[in-house]
Design a protein around this ligand. Structure first.
Ligand code: DX5
Ligand code: ZN
Length: 216
C-alpha cells in the first residue's frame, strides 16, 4: 500500500485558514490532520469545535483529528458531529482505553491510539484488535516544529512486527519532526501515514512539498 500524507494545520495560517485548507484540497495529501490541545495534557492550547466545523465545510479530504486532551470520552460525540472521520486519543490519557476506542468506532469513526515517546509500543498488544491506527509521537506533543526523536525508528519496527505477527489491519502513523530527509526511511521502516506540519506550511511551496512527501 502506498503511504498516506496528512498535513497538520497546526502550523497553517490561522488568519487565512480557508486558503491553506484549499491548498491541501488541491494537493496530493490524503487526509487533513487537526491537533486538539487542552493546556492540561500538553502545555499548549490549540483550537476546538468551531474551527473543526469550519475546516469541515471547506475540506474535501477526511479529517484526521488528534486529541491531546485529558478525559476524551466526554467529547467523542462532539468531535464526530464536528466532522472528524479518524479520531485518535492518547494512550496516556485513557484509563479505560478499550471502552474509548469501541465508542469511537460505534460512532462511525476510525479509532486511533497515540503513544508518547516514553510509552513502549508493547503496551498496545491487547488493543490492536480494536483499533484502526497507532500514532507514534516522534516528538513530545504540544508544539509544531520540534526535532524528530531518532529512537522512534526502533518503536516503529517493533510495532510493525507486532501488527504483522498478530495479523492486524492497523495503520502506523508518525507525527512530529517529519521532513523530506527522514520521510523515506520512515516509510521503509513501516510507516503508513506521515503527518507533517512545519515541513509543509513553512515551505515556500507547500503543495510541492506535500507532493514530495507523497512520492518519496
Ligand atoms: C505535535 C502535534 C503535531 C504537530 C507536528 O504535538 O501532534 O501534529 O503539528 O508538527 P511538525 O510536523 O511541525 O513537527
Ligand atoms: Zn498531531
Amino acid at each position: 500500500m502506498a503511504h498516506f500524507v496528512s498535513p497538520s494545520l497546526l502550523t497553517a495560517d490561522f488568519g487565512n485558514l480557508a486558503k491553506d485548507v484549499r491548498m491541501v484540497n488541491n494537493s496530493e495529501a490524503d487526509w487533513i490532520h487537526l491537533d486538539i490541545m487542552d493546556g492540561v495534557f500538553v502545555p499548549n492550547i490549540s483550537f476546538g469545535f468551531p474551527v473543526i466545523q469550519h475546516v469541515r465545510k471547506i475540506a474535501e479530504k477526511p479529517l484526521d483529528v488528534h486529541l491531546m486532551i485529558v478525559d476524551p470520552d466526554r467529547y467523542l460525540t462532539r468531535f464526530h458531529d464536528a466532522g472528524a472521520e479518524i479520531l485518535t486519543v492518547q494512550y496516556e490519557a485513557c484509563v479505560h482505553l478499550q471502552r474509548t476506542v469501541t465508542e469511537i468506532r460505534k460512532l462511525g469513526m476510525k479509532a486511533g491510539v497515540a503513544v508518547n515517546p516514553h510509552t513502549p509500543v508493547m503496551l498496545l498488544k491487547n488493543i490492536l484488535q480494536y483499533i484502526d491506527m497507532v500514532l507514534i509521537m516522534t516528538v513530545n506533543p504540544g508544539f509544531g516544529g520540534q526535532s524528530f526523536i531518532i529512537e522512534s525508528y526502533n518503536k516503529i519496527a517493533e510495532l510493525k512486527k507486532m501488527i504483522d505477527e498478530g495479523g492486524h489491519k492497523v495503520l502506523i502513523q508518525v507525527d512530529g519532526g517529519v521532513d523530506l530527509e527522514n520521510a523515506g526511511k520512515l516509510v521503509e521502516t513501516g510507516v503508513n501515514v506521515l503527518v507533517a506540519g512545519n515541513t509543509v506550511f513553512s515551505s515556500d511551496d507547500p503543495e510541492g512539498t506535500i507532493s514530495k512527501l507523497k512520492n518519496i
